[in-house]
Design a protein around this ligand. Structure first.
Ligand code: PHE
Length: 368
């Protein structure tokens, strides 16, 4: 915008006024045509309508003052008309957005192929975890979580794995380095199971408790088709007066039918976990052959799916240090823990656990 300075006016007859104002209007229109940005529009406003240095202000100051009294009216009318034109140009610039140049720069070639935005979807592990949690939520369970970096106390000691106890060897543990000066119970490790959240939950609230705990766990296991050093579990804990092994069986039988179909049968095999007594492994009738025996179930007709048992009184004793209501003479409970990958592999017919973690879209996009 290169506008000439406002000239002094020497003649004030109609023709001279028309010519002078027409010249200004032409300049204003020309300036307004090149406004490409908000900053341009604002500069235009300041240049023409600015209170102190604006051109219209200058015109009224210089021309109106210099005009002989009989020409003031004719000049005033033209001045107001010009002012309206300039304001109109400003309004149009504000409403119309950027001018030609900016529009050209923004122009879209609608013949180009578009940018495809892929819709996200739940990872099959997340989906399976939510499905398991949903089955228990429908039974009135609430959902809890706990830290993945856990202390020795919560992961082992309070779950009744005493220091040095051989049961610790069943969960090959990844420990955080450089903590030898801490007491053993405070040393950090990557939790090997979600069971420590049982204790964290009980410390936070007195019985009754019904809670499921989905989460990631870590073990120093070599990866193969069915093992991964990182995997997921859903833990369950139910504590109240008069909870029996029948409640445990009924609950898990219902859950397995909800997850794998109502034809599925369950059976409970004696097992051992330090934090439950008695303990059991739950097997379901093979969902591939219906129990007749096939390669998947090694001809047995059964597939082992999860661990469970009645909460060991020793675990309640640890909880009672913070919440005295966990008195094994007054209450009882059951707990269970299941591997999410194993369940997802069965449900979706996946043979390599590594597929879940490889990030291969050809695998993942089958779950959209
Ligand atoms: N924490 C056990 C495991 O990881 C599973 C389990 C949980 C067993 C709760 C019994 C009760 O192997």
């Amino acid at each position: 915008m290169t506008n000439e300075a406002i000239p002094n006016l020497t003649a004030f007859d109609d023709t001279a006024l028309d010519k002078a104002f027409a010249a200004l209007e032409a300049q204003a229109r020309e300036s307004a045509a090149g406004l490409d940005s908000e900053a341009d529009v604002e500069a235009f406003r300041l240049e023409w309508l600015g209170r102190k240095q604006g051109r219209l202000n200058e015109v009224s100051g210089r021309w109106l003052k210099a005009a002989p009294p009989e020409a003031k009216k004719a000049l005033g009318v033209r001045f107001n008309a010009l002012k309206e034109v300039v304001e109109g140009l400003l309004d149009a610039a504000l409403a119309g957005g950027p001018g030609d140049a900016a529009l050209k720069a923004e122009a879209i070639d609608i013949t180009l192929p578009g940018t495809r935005r892929l819709t996200g979807a739940e990872h099959p592990i997340t989906r399976t975890m939510n499905e398991i949690v949903g089955v228990f939520a429908a039974l009135g369970y609430s959902v809890g979580v706990g830290p993945e970096v856990e202390t020795d106390y919560y992961n082992f000691e309070s779950m009744n794995f005493p220091p040095g106890h051989p049961a610790r060897d069943t969960q090959d543990t990844l420990v955080v380095a450089g903590q030898d000066r801490k007491p053993l119970r405070d040393r950090l490790l990557l939790r090997t199971h979600t069971s420590p959240v049982q204790m964290r939950t009980m410390e936070q609230q007195p019985p009754p408790v019904r809670i499921v705990i989905p989460g990631k766990v870590h073990r120093n296991d070599a990866a193969d088709a069915t093992h991964s050093p990182i995997f997921h579990q859903v833990e369950g804990l139910c504590v109240d007066a008069n909870i029996t092994f029948s409640d445990l069986k009924g609950t898990l039988d219902h859950a397995m039918k909800a997850l794998f179909g109502s034809a599925v049968k369950t059976r409970f095999f004696p097992s051992f976990f330090p934090f439950t007594e008695p303990s059991a492994d739950v097997q379901i009738s093979c969902i591939f052959c219906g129990g007749k025996g096939c390669r998947k179930c090694k001809q047995s007709g059964w597939i082992e799916l999860l661990g469970c048992g009645m909460v060991d009184p020793a675990v309640f004793a640890f909880a009672a240090e913070k919440q005295p209501a966990y008195d094994a003479k007054q209450i009882s409970g059951f707990a269970f823990g299941m591997g999410v990958e194993r369940i997802a592999m069965m449900k979706y017919g996946i043979s390599e656990i590594g597929s879940f973690f490889a990030g291969d879209m050809r695998f993942l996009s089958q779950f959209v």
